[in-house]
Design a protein around this ligand. Sequence first.
Ligand SMILES: *Cc1c(COP(=O)(O)O)cnc(C)c1O
Length: 387
Amino acid sequence: MSRTMIEKPFHPATLAAQALGHVDPQTRAVVLPIHPSTTYLRDPDNGYSTGRVYARADNPSFEQPEAVLTALENGAASMVFASGMAAATAVFQALAPGDHVVAPTVMYWALRNWLTGFATHWGLRVDLVDTSDLDALRAAVRPGETKLVWLETPANPLWTVTDIAAAAEIAHAAGARLAVDGTVATPVLTRPLDLGADIVMHAATKYLNGHSDVIAGTLTTRAADDFWARLRSVRAQVGGVLGPFEAYLLTRGMRTLFPRVRVASASALRIAEHFARHPRVAAVLYPGLASDPGHAVAARQMAGGFGGMLSVRVAGGEGAAVRTAAHVRLWKRATSLGGVESLIEHRASIEGPTSPVPPDLLRLSVGIEEAADLIDDLAQALEAAHG
Ligand SMILES: *Cc1c(COP(=O)(O)O)cnc(C)c1O
């Protein structure tokens, strides 16, 4: 076991930079060893005095990234999973057939597809609603029947903002739990548990790891309660566990989370402000803009920035949007988000005909390059697409 050298009185950025300061007590290494073992030695009396039996249930390599995230989210406990989808679907799998859940109309599309397809087939009753409209959310929640309200804020790829504290009150008044997909805001900008959420989920593939080289997911809970125990057994039984090497990479990624997110947020704001006035752009969707419908709530529940994600609607429609993406030289034309390299993507063609995403929309994931280079490159691509 490692020794925790630093904890709460320090700022979250400090805790992250040192990954809580864990040091290997045997070697005094400042980076903890990776544990590849799938199994653990049993005691002569047949017991397991270490508590470790088999690595589908647990692995010492999970402990450091889980402890770091628990500290950053101000939670009671965390779990790492094999992907963001494994983490998110575990929350719904811990419910019972017939349970009612409410989720946003505009959200990470693969999870929306899973909810309306697979989860519904397995007996969950799923209602999708515009969660940014609190009256609509209140009307969708059924007291005593709704067991879970799922939020994503800011939500992919329109960056719709939902008031977490208000949604928590609505969910709790109906006897439901509130879970928040915090992938885009990251704990650097928003701590959903402090605002009343019960569970926060991350696609750690994105900002937490931050280098586009690990698929991972996480859950963090406000209380180590019965529901959390059920979630732990879902991970152990269904087996969506992270590999030990990926767990190590995730810890390494989280050590630079704060500077990465701060740079990306500052650049995203500059890019949003620049292109909001650009003749080849019909609209910029970014909660950091004062004109954005989510700005007031975002300003309240996001501290230190509005995140690294924005979308632009290209004047000239779908053709001009696709041509713009074709002409970038610096931005990488690829899906995903939250890496150090900036990505650009035409979302509607990825999400297909059931998508609520306008066809002229390009999603931008801002990395940590010089913002002026990103602005110049997108500007030349918009011109080239027009001419
Ligand atoms: C990517 C993503 C997911 C899914 O994560 P994976 O690691 O790809 O399974 C869920 N929610 C959001 C907001 C995402 O961006």
